[in-house]
Design a protein around this ligand. Sequence first.
Ligand code: ADP
Ligand code: MG
Length: 337
Amino acid sequence: MGLLLKLILILLKLLGLKNKSIMITSEFELIKRYFTKKNRQTKLGIGDDAAIIQIQKNHELVISSDMLVEGIHFIKNTNPSHLGWKSLAVNLSDISAMGAQPKWATLSISLPKVDPIWLKKFSQGFFKCAKKFNIDLIGGDTTKGPLSISITIMGEIKKNKSLLRSGAQIGDDIWVTGELGNASMGLACLQRKLKLSPTLKTKCIKSLQTPVPKVFFGLTLPRYAKSCIDVSDGLIQDLTHITKSSKVGATLFIEKIPCNAAIKTSKKYHYALNGGDDYELLFTAPKKYSSHIQKISKKTKIITTRIGVITNQPSISILDRHGKLVSFKNKGYDHFA
Ligand code: ADP
Ligand code: MG
């Protein structure tokens, strides 16, 4: 390469313009450049008509899919790197809610156009999450169309150990990881419907854009928990999935629900009760395991709070600190004053 050409390339790189000069002339080139990485736990990955995975003896395959569509699950012009992270993270959360070890993913993506800078950032975000949680991308599909991302995630668990929504038992404690309501507050901020202090705003937007799935914590749960779900649609709605499937009821203690100070002081509990996109784990476990759960919480550095108890009532009730019933709505706005 001539010295002048080299200098020009270096200059373009410094200016961040090099990617713009990349011409992707086929679907296969695109897949190879952005989505093909070395696999660590896969017999046959990207490149053939199908992938092949070998699962361990006496284990089961746990499978889930989640789709993210522009304008519905994320707003236009979302940072592509955050989108790459989030589209894998929300899928990992589902496998963790089963108590399983996520291992393999397929990625089907529909793109309005080939934008090398967008693709580079998206794949960087995706593979950052994949690396952190040791996931192999083993296949997928790429088409032209409105921006949408569909991921299928597969994981492994020892036979009959999966945590189902239907396993909750009367008397179980109800636990939740992390804080609830941050992601929906972040969305409200972006939509200019809510004003927060700069620090809290940053934290909430981060929760919305790059949620962290509770993978390592989820792996420890089958030993103690009876049922589990990830909070993607709001605490009440997701707890209702557990109570309905398990044919039980629940009592929650409003003061115990972990949420940020802005929710507590303004009593805007609807963010914590009905806000979506938190990707925390909500699970039930017999009382006798409470110290074990606190221990794994410490070990994994995941805050875990006991927020209520499973009852034989037909529904969910929420109590204030005086034991008085708090009125709430399953969805949408509610007031606690
Ligand atoms: P086919 O025509 O048999 O469906 P494709 O040409 O669509 O195969 O895909 C070629 C290979 O690239 C396959 O292994 C497929 O799983 C993989 N692949 C396609 N799109 C993606 C993507 N977005 N991410 C990861 N792998 C992909
Ligand atoms: Mg195809």
